[in-house]
Design a protein around this ligand. Structure first.
Ligand SMILES: [Zn+2]
Length: 258
């Protein structure tokens, strides 16, 4: 059995992967991070490996990994476990899940929730660069608005849960598509499409998963060259990150052992 965990700013989602089936549960992040290892040993002593998706930028080091920035978490946690485990950025886990589920080997995954995350899958593998590849939320779109990461004029400062007031209402009424932030979001996606030339862009997260993919394409298509083919999808699955983390643990740890 494989455990997949999505450590978010407020809630932590957990899935159990056994014969392709998932059992799910949600916990408070503050309680879990207080004793991470104890939490897993207490509830799931029998899992063989653990995959952790976390809202942080991660740098791979010769002896493991280092969390280098986590603007949406209360603190940068220390993650240690007695079982084999992998840790990856939450949007990377989302992109990996989308790639496996929808069958694209070259894909850009973008999550829009409280913040905006991005993950790249290239030739079926997560592309990390030096650690923070794909962080579309922290690319510059203009202006001086201060971002949670400390930068200025980043996409995340104009679009997403903390940047747009009454975002739920605006999604329901369709008003979100009139926001300046939505235009900037689509410009950023178009730039990323030209940079990466993926087969698909898959958008998820609490807000992103509820957007209209045809309206996104209507805008993105204005700035992408007509010779470029790309599909735009939205994916609504609250456990996508946890499932992707479990899949990464399966494909990196278990396959390397067999
Ligand atoms: Zn930023």
């Amino acid at each position: 059995m494989i455990l997949g965990i999505d450590v978010g700013g407020t809630n932590t989602d957990v899935v159990l992967m056994a014969d392709g089936d998932f059992e799910v549960g949600t916990f408070r992040t503050s309680e879990i991070l207080a004793d991470f290892s104890g939490f897993i040993e207490k509830y799931w002593p029998d899992v063989s490996v653990v995959g952790i998706g976390i809202a942080a930028w991660i740098k791979l080091t010769p002896d493991g990994f280092q969390l280098i920035n986590a603007p949406n978490l209360p603190e940068i946690p220390g993650l240690t476990l007695s079982k084999p485990f992998v840790v990856d950025n939450d949007a990377n886990c989302f992109a990996y899940f989308a790639s496996k589920t929808l069958g694209y080997s070259d894909l850009l995954g973008v999550t829009v929730g409280t913040g905006i995350g991005g993950g790249v899958v290239a030739e079926g593998k997560v592309y990390r660069g030096c650690g923070a590849a794909g962080e579309i939320g922290h690319t510059y779109v203009g202006g001086e608005k201060v971002c949670v990461c400390g930068g200025k004029g980043h996409l995340e400062a104009y679009f997403g849960g903390w940047a747009i007031e009454n975002v739920e209402k605006k999604i329901k009424s369709g008003e979100i598509y009139e926001c300046e932030g939505f235009k900037l979001f689509c410009v950023s996606l178009a730039n990323a499409v030209m940079l990466l030339n993926p087969e698909a862009v898959v958008i998820g997260g609490r807000i992103g998963g509820r957007l209209d993919s045809s309206l996104i394409w209507e805008n993105v298509g204005k700035w992408v060259h007509s010779a470029i083919d790309v599909e735009i999808h939205t994916l609504r699955d609250d456990y996508a990150v946890a499932k992707g983390a479990a899949m990464l643990a399966r494909d990196t740890i278990l396959r390397s052992q067999s």
